[in-house]
Design a protein around this ligand. Structure first.
Ligand SMILES: Cc1ncc(COP(=O)(O)O)c(C=O)c1O
Length: 404
């Protein structure tokens, strides 16, 4: 028997993605090229601020190399509670917060803890796709709520309403949203919350980008709204706000009645989050917050440069209001976005992802991350302009131009 025949039926049916993901495929292609400008992953190029790194080093020096409390370092959970409150969030006690190895793991803990097989979870599309993967692993039914350019890709209560059925249990709100970089305004968040109360839904409120907004955008924490604390799981982390992706620290917070059991699911998965990383995260919250403002201003400048470049080429995009992404419509270039991304990588050595991987129902959009310095973004725009010109002229640029 061939290895593929041997393994054909061994993956559980709940594993829906059986092939290599586009992200992995593109990363492999990029590996073989030189001088690729990476606007792909949502991983800041900025360094973790020095005082946070030092706190991690000090923790290592003190021998903080053991398992920690299953819910997370108490001092860190207290700092998280204070931080949530300081930004207009709900009041959480420290036994209502669970520190996880990244917000990503929290998604799976939440899905496995709250969804029974056949339960429906409403997810914004395009939206951060691991929510759907987590729900699928829980044998739940993912109900995509399509967003479009008409509302600048922001979720509204009226978009969600027609999808609600007696099996609906959980609604995901990602605000600011990834991949679109757009913000659901506070009054709309209130309407979504009202809908959740009417239909007895639990809301997963992903606020991981909430400190990174532009202009006069403001994020309304869901759990702080009347009647929402008991039906909201707030999810966040340190990766984006403090450029700490590799430290792997995130958290979720919710009402004690749910958190006691959910904390034990996390305990079974992780035992505890890396102690060193938790000490670094504590320093992030208790140290100077000016570092966050500096990073926000950096992304803001990059955002303006990238948008000006798209304007020049004639590529429309959703107004980026938060996070560090720009979501652009490449349909007018004349290729599906997936093909456009492949051509751009091969011929222009610029890496970005098509919106389909975030559940977009059209293959028209691409996500660009603002994770390169301004000069590299300018260079990326020049390369994009050149590739777009060759595509529009029905030609192909020499693909091996930058091959290693
Ligand atoms: C919306 C959103 N939530 C959560 C995460 C998870 O981040 P981490 O696991 O690094 O905390 C990400 C990462 O890209 C994200 O975009």
């Amino acid at each position: 028997m061939t290895p593929s025949a041997l393994h054909a039926n061994r993956l559980a049916t709940r594993v829906k993605l059986k092939d290599e993901h586009i992200i992995t495929r593109m990363a492999n292609i990029a590996e073989g090229l030189e001088d690729v400008i990476k606007l792909g992953r949502g991983d800041p190029d900025l360094d973790t601020p020095a005082h946070i790194v030092k706190a991690g080093q000090d923790a290592l020096g003190r021998g903080e190399t053991h398992y920690g409390h299953p819910l997370g370092l108490p001092a860190l959970r207290q700092a998280i509670a204070d931080n949530i409150k300081a930004y207009g969030g709900a009041d959480y006690a420290i036994d209502e917060i669970v520190v996880t190895p990244g917000g990503q793991q929290a998604m799976f803990i939440i899905a496995l803890s709250l969804l029974n097989p056949g339960d429906e979870i409403l997810v914004p599309c395009p939206g951060y796709n691991p929510y759907s993967q987590a729900a699928e692993l829980a044998d739940a039914v993912v109900v995509p709520v399509r967003m479009t350019m008409d509302t600048n890709f922001t979720l509204t209560a009226e978009m969600v309403r027609p999808h609600i059925t007696p099996r609906s249990r959980v609604l995901v709100l990602i605000n600011p949203n990834n991949p679109t970089g757009t913000v659901t305004a506070p009054d709309e968040v209130e309407k979504i919350a009202q809908l959740a109360i009417e239909h007895d839904l639990i809301v997963i409120s992903d606020e991981i980008y909430s400190r990174l907004t532009y202009g006069n955008q403001r994020i309304q924490p869901v759990a702080a709204l009347p009647g929402m604390r008991e039906r909201t799981i707030t999810l966040s982390g340190f990766s984006k706000t403090y450029a700490m992706t590799g430290w792997r620290v995130g958290y979720f917070a919710g009402p004690r009645e749910l958190m006691v059991a959910m904390a034990e699911v996390n305990h079974a998965f992780a035992i505890s989050t890396a102690s060193v990383s938790q000490h670094a995260a504590l320093a992030a919250l208790t140290g100077p917050q000016s570092v966050v403002e500096e990073m926000r201003l950096t992304y803001d400048e990059r955002r303006k440069v990238l948008c000006a470049g798209l304007d020049k080429i004639g590529i429309p995009y959703a107004e980026p209001q938060g996070a560090f992404y720009v979501y652009a419509n490449v349909a007018a270039v004349g290729l599906p976005a997936t093909e456009f991304c492949a051509r751009l990588l091969a011929e222009g050595r610029v890496l970005m992802y098509p919106g389909v991987i975030y559940g977009d129902h059209t293959d028209d959009f691409v996500r660009m991350s603002l994770t390169q310095p301004v000069e590299r973004i300018r260079e990326a725009m020049r390369r994009i302009e050149a590739v777009v010109a060759t595509i529009r002229a029905g030609q192909q640029m020499p693909a091996a131009a930058g091959a290693k």
